[in-house]
Design a binder for this molecule. Structure first.
Ligand code: PLP
Length: 385
């Protein structure tokens, strides 16, 4: 910890454990302690740690050709874009690759300027990243305030409130950006007709509809993209986290006429679409398909939701698939996270009463049962109930 403090900036605080290896949903720290990983790199390691398919293709790729830049084509980047196009079910889909969620949202933000308009409607408490553009879209005052003034022209309305959105979207709106389920805000699920309503309002006013699927994409909710249950399609999908299965990779996928807005020279990224990261993403997609992981996510997610709802000390359970948020009766979430860590499970607390679970999508039912036992014991010990 002393070495960390002497070499690393304090923006994260100092972590209490150092992880050195992992296999599937189990990680080991530098002292040899093992933990069930129910956070998975913050909803990122969708296939768990050291998945053989990722290890194989990444090892092969790095020993063949590690990086080429976007001056040159590479088969992986093309294959991945084609694969993503198939997953969207829309032949008009065109992908821009980058390295993170913030960059994917920056790309969407810039794309919206190419409509000739600049106003944006986003939602309060949403999280879209920490770079200046993405932070301007983010609706969390604690993250925004130290960095004001941010980009102008962005209105934040309450999440899930269709009427507020309807009032805010005008003919001057370039884009509306929402998370299908707000992740960092504590796994907040909107009313079932919300996304459909947004599609209608955007169509009426000629605004781009952007779904930030950085956290809810790549099978996390039991679908490829977190909006699919709504039956509508956005104009832009942003992805990162699970896409690279642990390697840094983001994507901004535009559909329909939005896919034609960027022209040569408008945007770029040196590392975006790197052959190693895209090899990992191809392995992620083919493993999710081959191992029938989406159905598994539904099954384990439903089991966890049902069991957690019956747990004393838990007042609300919400989410979809393996993105699960809990509200506790008492503001002890941070102590519960600490106690779980002592008992051998990693989770996180986005707020004082809120716990978030986002395990690997291939976490086993047995591991889910072991986790529940740890969590229930931790909650009991912390609240003395
Ligand atoms: N968008 C959403 C919905 C996120 O959950 C996150 C990260 O938590 C981001 C964007 C930012 O992603 P990154 O940290 O990769 O920049």
């Amino acid at each position: 910890m002393k070495r960390w403090q002497k070499a690393i900036q304090d923006n994260y605080g100092t972590p209490s454990i150092e992880l050195v290896s992992g296999k599937g949903s189990v990680v080991k720290d530098a002292n040899g302690n093992t933990y069930l990983d129910f956070l998975a790199g913050i909803a990122t390691n969708v296939l768990g740690h050291a998945h053989p398919a990722i290890v194989k293709v990444v090892s092969k790729q790095i020993s063949t050709l590690g990086h080429v830049s976007n001056f040159y084509a590479h088969p992986n980047v093309l294959e991945l874009a084609e694969k993503l196009q198939k997953l969207t079910g829309d032949k008009s889909a065109r992908t821009f690759f980058c390295n993170s969620g913030a960059e994917a949202n920056e790309a969407a933000f810039k794309l919206s300027r190419k409509t000739g308009k600049y106003r944006v409607v986003a939602t309060q408490e949403a999280f879209h990243g920490r770079t200046m553009g993405a932070l301007s879209l983010t609706g969390q005052p604690s993250k925004r305030n130290p960095f004001k003034p941010l980009i102008k022209g962005i209105k934040h309305v309450p999440f899930g409130d269709s009427s507020a959105m309807k009032r805010a979207i005008t003919k001057k709106t370039a884009m509306v950006i929402v998370e299908p389920i707000m992740g960092e805000a504590g796994v907040i699920v909107p009313p079932s007709d919300y996304l459909k309503n947004l599609r209608q309002y955007c169509d009426e006013k000629g605004a781009l509809l952007v779904f930030d699927c950085v956290q809810t994409g790549m099978g996390r909710t039991g679908d490829w993209f977190g909006y699919e249950y709504s039956g509508i399609k956005p104009d832009v999908i942003t992805l990162a986290k699970g896409l690279g299965g642990g390697l840094p990779l983001g994507a901004m996928i535009a559909l329909g006429s939005a896919a034609q807005l960027f022209e040569a020279g408008d945007h770029g990224s040196t590392f975006g679409g790197n052959p190693v990261a895209t090899a990992a993403a191809l392995a992620v997609i083919s493993s999710i398909e081959k191992e029938k992981i989406l159905a598994h996510v539904d099954q384990v997610g439903a089991f966890l939701l049902a069991e957690l709802a019956l747990t004393p000390g838990v007042s609300e359970v919400r989410g979809a698939g393996l993105l699960i948020g809990l509200t506790l009766d008492k503001p002890v979430a941070k102590s519960v996270v600490k106690k779980c860590q002592e008992l051998g499970a990693l989770i996180n607390a986005p707020g004082d009463t809120t716990i978030r679970l986002a395990p690997a999508l291939n976490v086993s039912m047995k591991q889910a049962e072991i986790f529940l036992a740890i969590f229930k014991r931790a909650l009991k010990e912390v609240t003395h109930v």
